[in-house]
Write a protein that binds this ligand. Structure first.
Ligand SMILES: [Zn+2]
Length: 166
């Protein structure tokens, strides 16, 4: 007869736990998000040692381990340094709404920053019409719709008059 040892048997009870939470953005991130919401501006923070400008701002430079304390206003224009054409549906984490494929998702370095922002790009998902090095501008929600998070960015869109490099 086979007896189970109830002292060592592991019984699993599957469940889904929904834990909504909020956390304080902190002094640096709060300034960044407030500037974005109230003034439609991007600000970064400059490392006094290596001069790297981080956006979103961080208190300490990850490379030098020194405190960052020089605020820098950034452009709302920049250069796309990478992109992908998405052929699978994606739930936008900032809205919870699905984004129907195909669409372009890009990584853009705003002028004056050493960091990139990843977001939707409002351009036809055609490799003849989108390229690395393309100049972009940020399109924000209207002031009264902005809430102080990255969903205040609607998307990037190409600056007009560009031609694909040969
Ligand atoms: Zn540094």
């Amino acid at each position: 007869m086979n007896q189970k040892n109830t002292d060592t048997e592991q019984i699993c009870v599957p469940m889904t736990v929904d834990v909504p939470y909020r956390f304080a953005a902190g002094k640096y991130m709060a300034r960044f998000l407030t500037e974005l919401r109230d003034n439609g501006r991007f600000v970064g923070i400059k490392c006094p040692s290596c001069n790297r400008v981080q956006m979103p701002p961080r208190v300490v430079c990850a490379a030098c381990h020194v405190k960052n304390d020089e605020w820098v206003e950034l452009s709302s224009e920049g250069t796309m340094v990478g992109f992908t054409i998405m052929y699978l549906p994606l739930t936008d984490p900032t809205t919870g709404k699905p984004h129907e494929p195909p669409f372009v998702y890009g990584s853009v370095r705003l002028d004056g920053s050493d960091s990139t922002v990843e977001h939707m790009v409002n351009v036809e998902p055609d490799l003849d019409k989108v390229w690395v090095g393309m100049r972009m501008k940020v399109v924000l929600r209207d002031r009264e719709e902005r809430i102080g998070d990255l969903s205040d960015i609607i998307h990037f869109e190409p600056l007009p008059g560009q031609k694909r490099p040969q």
